[in-house]
Design a protein around this ligand. Structure first.
Ligand SMILES: NC(=O)c1ccc[n+]([C@@H]2O[C@H](COP(=O)([O-])OP(=O)(O)OC[C@H]3O[C@@H](n4cnc5c(N)ncnc54)[C@H](O)[C@@H]3O)[C@@H](O)[C@H]2O)c1
Length: 374
């Protein structure tokens, strides 16, 4: 199979791990990188021995098959639509876009042109969450009944070099971190059938303490704490708390799944194998008090960002669906926007999108890459 030729738009903080992995996978070829800030693109290009191009040149180039769009959330829709119009497959960082309209435009352009739309997160394809899904599907905790997800942090202005966008519409703790949890939930329990949410904004302003914008004040324009109740197509009910206003406590789990025969502590969905990569644990405590610990022996334990693009490369060659898909990411965005609307309107909302669960990765897939990433 010919490698899928990838061009990156957005040479910021997250671009390094994509450059590293996409250069490493035999099924992808990293060709060029671009950014509104040409110096940033040039620096990453030099580091990874690729080309630095202007954004418009990259989008127009016949040497690129897929545009990896890792710009800031409010530019995700515009850049992806331009790339699709230029005949390229697209893979966006999360969220897919910040409006439902942009998502619909992307998916309909892709369908009319025979192109793929993919979107982060692809962590649910990693060793931990693939194993969790196998365990749940095989009845390890009996009938899955309920799920709790916890993403509590005090925000990002202490570490991110450019934290402003996190406090604007299109980000906040739900649109920024919710995709990891909601994608993991959909992978486990099917699409969200309805939800009800309550939100608050605890601090109207944030002072940046990281460099280089130390001392600058950000006006907060998005809710910064969400508590959301969810019901999934499998009948599982759950709760997701996402906050940039609070702190976690030692040992706080990221996700707990409660079943009729036991309870499962699930590794961090913002990681391919939990934070203790490569040996994080899935803990199952049964009704009789027995505890069993599973360490996943599946591939992709290391930070495998770009695995969703690798899956697109193989899906295109094999004529099958890819897993970190635009329709899954649209559903996740639809759900997150509904969480804001539900709180504003004090009512249950049924998302308009209902994708199927993505398929599990088979034991014979990605033969050239499965041993590369632990
Ligand atoms: N930083 C992380 O740890 C992290 C982790 C996972 C996902 N993400 C996601 O990745 C995306 C990028 O995050 P980041 O942390 O790298 O942000 P960043 O601010 O460090 O980088 C974004 C880059 O995109 C460029 N850009 C913005 N609009 C553009 C446009 N229209 N055309 C071309 N370039 C444009 C900016 O100049 C900047 O260099 C976001 O969607 C974020 O949610 C980030």
């Amino acid at each position: 199979m010919n490698p899928l030729r990838v061009g990156i738009v957005g040479a910021g903080n997250i671009s390094a791990i994509y450059c590293e992995n996409l250069s490493k996978f035999p099924s992808t070829e990293l060709v060029a990188i671009s950014d509104l800030d040409g110096a940033r693109a040039k620096a990453q290009a030099e580091k990874f021995d690729i080309e630095a191009w202007l954004v418009d040149d990259l989008l127009a180039s016949s040497d690129i098959d897929l545009v990896l769009n890792i710009t800031i959330p409010k530019a995700h829709g515009e850049v992806a639509i331009q790339a699709l119009q230029a005949g390229k497959h697209v893979y966006n960082e999360k969220p897919l876009a910040i409006s439902r309209e942009d998502c619909k435009t992307m998916l309909s352009l892709a369908s009319s042109k025979g192109l793929r739309v993919g979107c982060a997160p692809d962590t649910f394809l990693g060793a931990a969450h693939q194993r969790v899904r196998q365990l749940i599907d095989s009845g390890a905790i009996g009938v899955p009944v309920a799920v709790h997800g916890f993403m509590t942090s005090r925000g990002v202005e202490s570490w991110h070099p450019n934290p402003e966008f996190f406090y604007k519409p299109g980000a906040g703790p739900m649109l920024d971190m919710g995709p990891y949890y909601l994608t993991a939930f959909v992978n486990m329990f099917g699409s969200v059938q309805r939800l009800a949410s309550m939100t608050r904004t605890t601090f109207p302003e944030r002072t940046i303490t990281s460099e280089p914008f130390k001392g600058q004040v950000i006006k907060v324009e998005t809710p910064t704490t969400f508590v959301t109740a969810l019901q999934f197509s499998s009948g599982v009910v759950g709760q997701l708390t996402t906050s940039f206003d609070t702190h976690s406590f030692p040992g706080q789990p990221n996700i707990v799944v409660y079943g009729s025969e036991g309870t499962m502590v699930v590794p961090d969905p913002n990681s391919f194998n939990g934070w203790n990569e490569p040996s994080s644990k899935i803990i199952v405590r049964r009704g009789n008090g027995e505890e069993e610990i599973f360490v996943s022996d599946l591939p992709f334990k290391m930070n495998s960002r770009g695995l969703g693009i690798l899956d697109i490369a193989h899906a295109v060659a094999e004529g099958r669906d890819h897993r970190a898909s635009g329709s899954l990411a649209f559903h996740v965005l639809d759900t997150m926007l509904a969480a804001i609307e539900s709180s504003d309107e004090s009512q249950f909302i049924t998302p308009s999108t209902q994708p199927d669960r993505p398929s599990l990765i088979g034991a014979d897939e990605f033969p050239d890459e499965r041993d590369l990433m632990g």
